[in-house]
Design a protein around this ligand. Structure first.
Ligand SMILES: C[S@@+](CC[C@H](N)C(=O)[O-])C[C@H]1O[C@@H](n2cnc3c(N)ncnc32)[C@H](O)[C@@H]1O
Length: 253
């Protein structure tokens, strides 16, 4: 079966990212990386639950922490927990596209939906200079990040425009083109930081992610050469023979 068909067999809420939430370890890594502290007003967009807000308030002592999510059940549940624990964070049930985030100094924004990213980008551009927008895996569209600890990326207002994709690659991966080693290293970092510590199938995820990174890079013309490296060919074969998952059709000529 094609990789797309395999992905279709996974639960929809996992595939859309609706019910994927960051681990507490990831929150701490992100907050340390942006140096979150007592002068900050922190917004977690699409927070899902209260954990990011709880850690920002309790451990990083932020001045104000607000979590926004348009799922009322998730927000109600999160509010209950914050009240029970007596934590001074706000949870608001609202569409992030319609929310006032103008007082933010640090924003956590992990979305993959192009429409939301485009809408929010216009909003972010008008925030006060110095506001940090943390994205995961990629920077804001056509922007050069301010700071990278892959897969965590800091974009700072006013955003710097990237001249081209090589510019972005260099800023994010520290390379001018993607080879097998870069694809593997970054796939592994992503799986390790976003997955749970007890994850059992991380090697399997890393292989899928590596192939997707390398093939996408090739189709965008940013691999180091057009030849398919031997290791990529081997992993394509392993996925086909052992798991009946096909990647070959993704390779444009
Ligand atoms: C963390 S976000 C998205 C993460 C996902 N892994 C991704 O990359 O797109 C998931 C949460 O955002 C919420 N959400 C989705 N769209 C939203 C919107 N327009 N406004 C507010 N919350 C939203 C969902 O209810 C869910 O709890």
């Amino acid at each position: 079966m094609k990789i797309e068909e395999y992905l279709e067999t996974l639960p929809k809420n996992i595939l859309s990212g609706e019910d994927i939430h960051l681990s507490e370890k990831s929150f701490r890594e992100i907050f340390r990386f942006v140096d979150l502290g007592e002068d900050d007003i922190f917004y977690h967009l699409g927070c899902g639950d209260e954990r990011g807000i709880e850690i920002a308030v309790n451990e990083f002592k932020v001045k104000k922490a607000v979590g926004l999510d348009n799922n009322s059940e998730k927000i109600q549940q999160g509010k209950k927990i914050l009240e029970e624990k007596n934590i001074q964070g706000e949870l608001i049930c609202k569409n992030i596209e319609e929310s006032d985030i103008s007082d933010a100094s640090v924003i956590l924004f992990w979305f993959t939906d192009d429409k939301i990213i485009k809408q929010m980008f216009e909003k972010f551009e008008n925030l006060k200079p110095g506001t940090k927008v943390i994205t995961i895996w990629g920077p804001l569209p056509n922007c050069l990040p301010d700071n990278v600890n892959f897969p965590y990326i800091v974009n700072k207002v006013p955003f710097k425009k990237a001249q081209n994709m090589q510019d972005q690659l260099l800023a994010i991966f520290g390379v001018k083109c993607i080879d097998f080693v870069t694809a593997w290293e970054f796939a592994e970092r992503y799986t390790k930081s976003i997955g749970t510590p007890e994850i059992k199938n991380d090697r399997f995820l890393t292989i899928i992610q590596t192939l997707v990174i390398w093939i996408n890079a090739r189709n965008l013309g940013v691999t180091c050469g057009k030849e398919i490296p031997e290791s990529i060919q081997t992993y394509i074969k392993i996925m086909k023979m052992n798991f009946d998952i096909d990647f070959e059709h993704l390779l444009n000529e």
